[in-house]
Design a protein around this ligand. Sequence first.
Ligand code: GSH
Length: 310
Amino acid sequence: MSGNTFFLHHYEASPYAEKIRAMFGLAGQAWGSVLTSPYPPRPDIDPLAGGYRRIPVAHLGADVFCDTALIAAELAALTGLGELAPTVADSAAQALAERAEGDVFFAAITSAPPLKLLGRLLASVGPAGTVRFIRDRAGMMKDASTRPPRGAEAARVFDAYLADLDGHLAAQECLAGDGLSYADFCAYHPIWLAQSVGGASTLERYANVGEWLQRMASLGQGGRREMTAEQAFCEAAETEPRPLPDDPGAHEALGSEATIAPDDYAKIGVTGRLVAATGERYILARETEGLGSVHVHFPRDGYALRPPVA
Ligand SMILES: N[C@@H](CCC(=O)N[C@@H](CS)C(=O)NCC(=O)O)C(=O)O
């Protein structure tokens, strides 16, 4: 038995959460919104995801989905909208989507006007929250394998992206043709982020981007309903994880304890018993005190598996 509500744990200012909220909008999907803090600790998520620290996290009953690529795959299956699946056949669209979620994502922040950025932070989390946020993000990036562009380089990266996206959209309405698909959502959220922190204030030079962005922003968020972490925990506790894939894949760690962590930044690992390693995903089974058995799903792409630290 699986739960009925598709939950998204997120905070309003999160661009990766915005990627998924806009997908809910396109699909007209009903979902449970559980708001969390913009920095750890996150006692409202940890019992489900076992310490994975990135946002957003989704779950359906006792199956927990980490990373927006996997959440999108789940949404594609749930809604029947195959275009939301994270496979992009068009190579130019794929390259733009990857760029958007690479350097451009970081440049959206590092190229924002510093005083505006500070003002937004103070308004949303107050002075103490701002200090905690800045410390948290500095710590998170210490062991990162990605190096965010800074200063003039960040502005250049962001502007070159807008110019290339504009050129791409001159020939077609959406990233991979005439209809919206996964790549559009990847390309969208860093621009949304830049605008939400006071950057990319004019898109005058990029009319095609401006038009497309309006379309993305008007998707809305589908059937969003505010719910509490307790309601989310209840659904997880009352349900068993769904059956494992028919073919659980092949991996030397199958059946053993393993730790899975992002391989780029925020590399905090989640430990459990590896119960599936398909071409697309890893699944860790975690036995928890409060929620019983929980399956945590990760994409294979961008995540590293290692034996747990003794
Ligand atoms: N590849 C991840 C990236 C997610 C990500 O970087 N999320 C940001 C928020 S938008 C984050 O977790 N920042 C640190 C935090 O919120 O604790 C995904 O697609 O879900």
